[in-house]
Design a protein around this ligand. Structure first.
Ligand code: IMP
Ligand code: MG
Length: 183
């Protein structure tokens, strides 16, 4: 898929599912909760690239206590349909997380596979605490057991784009969450 035409690009956006205003309000609330929960504690916000980059950018600016930012990128491998797998970390944190309360900032939990393996890997590194915040959750699609400590929006099993989420690497730059249309 390659787009050069703006009209064609817009045609795949079926409808806005979550508006900029709704996202902004939910993030302001989450930021205030993070401020209260982690006040006086060394906090590291860890984002899993690429999808969570927009959420992290906005969430981190809704947090007013001192915090550090880290990035990871991971690929997960599963054998057949089993729920156990291996994770290949292609970009890792530079911090020794045993000194931090770690909050994983995720864009969406779908099957939950990647996040589960990343969380297990981080837990092995003995952070002071480990929690997960996700912008979106599609609980109907879950194949492994994992729940976020905070979910901003629970959505039905629809493929969504925008606000960091892509379809074939496009649409990450939409300022809202939209339903993707194949045709
Ligand atoms: P999983 O939870 O391991 O299945 O994978 C979650 C990842 O799949 C997310 O971090 C997204 O990158 C991607 N993903 C899942 N659902 C969607 C969607 O509706 N739109 C765009 N990307 C999605
Ligand atoms: Mg992702």
């Amino acid at each position: 898929m390659e787009f050069t035409d703006r009209k064609q690009y817009q045609d795949h956006i079926r409808r806005v599912m979550i508006s900029e205003e709704e996202i902004r309000a939910a993030i302001a609330k989450a930021g205030a909760e993070i401020d209260a929960e982690y006040a006086g504690k060394p906090l590291l916000l860890v984002s899993i690239l690429k999808g969570a980059f927009v959420f992290l950018a906005d969430l981190s600016r809704a947090v007013s206590i001192p915090c550090e930012i880290g990035f990871m990128q991971a690929q997960s491998y599963y054998e057949g349909t089993t729920s156990s797998g291996k994770v290949n970390i292609t970009l890792d944190l530079t911090q020794d997380i045993s000194q931090y309360h770690v909050l994983i900032v995720e864009d969406i939990i779908d099957t939950g596979r990647t996040l589960k393996l990343v969380a297990e890997e981080l837990r092995r590194r003995n952070p002071l605490s480990l929690k997960i915040i996700t912008l979106l959750d599609k609980p109907d699609r879950r194949v492994v057991e994992i729940t976020a400590d905070r979910t901003l929006f629970t959505i039905p099993d629809e493929f969504v784009i925008g606000y960091g989420l892509d379809c074939a690497e496009y649409y990450r730059n939409l300022p809202y969450i939209a339903e993707y249309s194949e045709t």
